[in-house]
Write a protein that binds this ligand. Structure first.
Ligand code: NAD
Length: 336
């Protein structure tokens, strides 16, 4: 009897989003291999998956071609999430972190060209750079076809956008040259359990500070606005886009569309943790070093996603924050 079960490889599978993707694919009945070098990810994130006989974890750098080849030879779907992630890491970046992404995408796309599994790349809203701040087009201007605006190469934070752009260019080139089934999703500030604040993301950092009773440290004046996406909503969309036959060669913005300022976010997190932390404002130069530039406004244009998939995001920011706090290990410990 023919079964619908697929064999999926998730690179970066021990990371925040990757580990949730692994759990979701296993819940759908698929066989899953997670590949991760544990540079920023944690084996603990895969605790739930490890109990499943359809799961395997391989501790490996994805640029190791000969070791990756047998994994990709036998898979139907390859989700490429392995990456150095975020502007804070990029602001402190070394050539090593830049080369990590380039070597990874080079190896992975070479193997995908050879073995032809479906391929999905997780790209980022950072791709747009400061386009929303510079154009007067409003959020509707930032469709997947929008022009991008970056700062100087002397400002390290733009390296993340630059590298992820190269990953997109290579993916699209391989689609056109080799007829590969590739899908690119540009994620906007995904949040949820297992995300750690160490490398910069704001929500886990604020939650950690609020639960510890420390002041919440806001970089800049707190008026910068962002949209957040709960991880379960992002994962559901990622898998659906991978499994449609008509998405080959397409790019999708994937994100929540209700902006909140960083000051309002801090207030919300203090309220939801039941804490009484104060707020302190830290200049960008102190947080990121000199020559840092931030983006004031980032709102996704999800018209394409809405047209293709119908409205797909169910979790609002307050709900997402509550779920993330409830799953925090420290909250679990306190309630034991
Ligand atoms: N979290 C977000 O809000 C967000 C937003 C936009 C895009 N993204 C993209 O989503 C993906 C996952 O991000 P995340 O937030 O889960 O970050 P993460 O740091 O938790 O996950 C990345 C994982 O990749 C692994 N990794 C890095 N280089 C590797 C290599 N060479 N070989 C094997 N493993 C390697 C790390 O150990 C880590 O587990 C990334 O591609 C990122 O660019 C994330």
């Amino acid at each position: 009897m023919k079964t619908d079960r697929r064999t999926c490889v998730v690179t970066g599978g021990a990371g925040f989003i990757g580990s949730h993707l692994v759990d979701a694919l296993l819940a759908r009945g698929d066989n899953v291999v997670a590949v991760d070098n544990l540079s920023t990810g944690h084996a603990d994130n895969l605790e739930q998956a490890q109990a499943n006989s359809r799961f395997r974890f391989v501790n490996l750098d994805v640029s190791q071609r000969s070791l990756m080849a047998p994994l990709i030879a036998n898979c139907d779907e390859l989700y490429h999430l392995a990456s150095y992630v975020g502007v804070k890491l990029a602001a402190q970046t070394s050539s090593q972190t830049i080369l990590n992404n380039l070597r990874s995408i080079d190896t992975i796309l070479d193997l995908v060209t050879h073995y032809k599994p479906r391929f999905l790349l997780t790209s980022t809203s950072e791709i747009y750079g400061k386009a929303l701040d510079v154009y007067d087009a409003g959020p509707d201007g930032l469709s997947e076809h929008a022009d991008r605006v970056y700062g100087s190469t002397e400002v390290h934070r733009w390296s993340y956008a630059g590298i992820k752009s190269v990953e997109e260019f290579l993916t699209l080139a391989k689609h056109h040259e080799e007829g590969l089934h590739t899908v690119i999703v540009r994620l906007f500030n995904v949040i949820g359990p297992r995300q750690v604040g160490r490398h910069g993301p704001v929500v886990p950092r604020f939650i950690e500070q609020a639960l510890s009773g420390e002041p919440i440290s806001i970089y800049g004046d707190g008026s910068q606005r962002r949209c957040f996406t709960f991880v379960d909503d992002a994962i559901q969309t990622i898998v659906s886009l991978m499994r449609r036959d008509d998405t080959a060669g397409e790019i999708f913005n994937v994100g929540g569309t209700d902006p909140i300022s960083i000051s309002e976010l801090a207030e919300l997190i203090v309220k939801e943790t039941g804490g009484d932390s104060s707020v302190e404002y830290i200049p960008y130069e102190t947080a990121y070093g000199t020559h840092f530039e931030d983006v004031h406004l980032r709102i996704p244009n999800t018209r394409k996603l809405d047209e293709w998939m119908g409205k797909s995001f169910e979790t609002d920011i307050a709900d997402a924050i509550r779920k993330t706090i409830a799953a925090h290990p420290r909250v679990g410990n306190l309630s034991k």
